[in-house]
Ligand binder design. Sequence first.
Ligand SMILES: [Zn+2]
Ligand SMILES: [Zn+2]
Length: 81
Amino acid sequence: MKKYKQIYFFYFGYGEQDFIPCEYCGNEAVDVHHLDNKGMGGSKSKDYIGNLIGLCRECHNKAHSYVKFNNKLKEIHKSKL
Ligand SMILES: [Zn+2]
Ligand SMILES: [Zn+2]
């Protein structure tokens, strides 16, 4: 498992076999998305829980296509921490 996925799973107490809901729509999350991908100084600095959100395929695609949607996800995610 990728390091950032571990961080996400650990924070929310998920096991590898658990159903992970998409934080936006509740469908099964297949990816952990980096809300802010423009972090400087290597990939490690982006791997903190405030920057990681579980998303289904559809929402993940949207997050990469629409800045406004990604910003909305930031708010949703923040309210869950
Ligand atoms: Zn979704
Ligand atoms: Zn992503």
